[in-house]
Design a protein around this ligand. Structure first.
Ligand code: UDP
Ligand code: MG
Length: 322
């Protein structure tokens, strides 16, 4: 018996691409099913994220004509991450593995085979990473790659050049469901779940039709969201900055003392003023950092993340769970 594969594709105003996307995916599914790689109970789930165009009626039509297509309709637009999570949470109850992908065919659907292969090799999470970005504009490429580097530097663990094209097994999705946070940044949370994982690369295509729903403004907001929702490391930087300021104050003290003693100080009071300026600044920053550490702790506690996820419990004793 082969396993059940669900695909989840969030859609926001994607009427232009849906007919083509569904056609290509269906073709892929048919070959996968006939070669016995995936069960015939596998489905393709489109999540309508409060689109203003005909997206939902197209999804309904697809479902009526072919049970291979399913649809989830959100009550209103909630953004890509939430739409994706909604689809994943619906799919995890019916599937053994779930692949998420954008609806615009920018992710190469050929990667599905590679992901399913890795799944059967025992990987619970398979990240799809872009091998090259030469089809993106220079601007998009630079900003996007800068985003991964910045997020990692700020303490968020993200897989380089991996967006939201990934395969997750049922138990990995159950792990994901334990993360109750509202500020959702999926690509940073998935690595936290653990379990065996691997990366497959694919080439990123141009958008098949329609426009990107991620203009620069949204991308910057997304990066900010990613960093602040994943880690409290920026707070550490404030403390470090404070300590640095105190060091500068110390250096200034020596410098101004020397100037004073050699009689080069231009006006009286300059030395004490310049030392206290740096010193008070430094002390204030350290104090802010200390307060920030506690705020950060409260923040992390409020997320109620699971402290651990047990992969396996080797134990033969049977007991009554009464
Ligand atoms: N999307 C969504 N809700 C939104 C914005 C986008 O579900 O509010 C979907 C969109 O339909 C697409 C995916 O998220 O399937 C990625 O969006 P897009 O292709 O515009 O982003 P880009 O590839 O340019 O980063
Ligand atoms: Mg896209």
């Amino acid at each position: 018996m082969s396993d059940i594969l669900y695909m989840v594709l969030p859609c926001y105003n994607e009427e232009e691409v849906l007919p083509e996307t569904s056609r290509q995916l269906k073709e892929k599914y048919q070959t996968l099913i006939s070669s016995g790689k995936i069960s015939s109970k596998s489905r393709i789930v489109f999540v309508n994220d409060g689109s203003k165009d005909k997206t939902w009626s197209i999804i309904q039509e697809l479902h009526e004509k072919d049970p291979m297509f399913s649809g989830v309709n959100l009550s209103r637009n909630r953004g890509h991450q939430n739409a994706l999570l909604a689809g994943l949470m619906e799919a995890k109850n019916c599937a053994d593995m779930v692949i998420s992908m954008d609806a615009d065919l920018q992710d190469d659907i050929g990667v599905i085979d590679a992901m399913v292969d890795e799944y059967y090799k025992g990987h619970d999470v398979v990240y799809g990473a872009r091998s090259a970005r030469d089809k993106d504009t220079w601007f998009k490429r630079t900003t996007a790659e800068g985003f991964y580097k910045l997020t990692n530097a700020m303490g968020g663990e993200v897989v380089f050049n991996h967006a939201d094209c990934r395969l997750m097994s049922k138990r990995a999705l159950e792990g994901l469901a334990m993360y109750k946070e509202v500020n959702l940044f999926l690509r940073g949370i998935v690595p936290m779940i653990g379990y065996p994982s691997t990366i497959v690369t694919y080439e990123r295509n141009e958008r098949f039709a329609g426009e990107s729903k991620y203009p620069l403004k949204k991308m910057l907001a997304f990066a900010m969201e990613g960093i602040t929702s994943l880690s409290t490391k920026p707070i550490r930087y404030v403390t470090t900055g404070g300590i640095l300021f105190c060091f500068i104050a110390f250096a200034m003290m020596i410098y101004s003392l020397v100037t004073y003693l050699t009689g080069n100080a231009t006006s009286s009071g300059w030395s004490s003023l310049i030392i206290s300026l740096w010193f008070v600044g430094g002390v204030q920053m350290i104090a802010l950092g200390v307060i920030g550490e506690y705020v950060g702790k409260i923040y992390m506690e409020a997320k109620e993340r699971p402290r651990f996820i047990v992969e396996r419990f080797l134990n033969d004793t049977e007991y009554d769970a009464k």
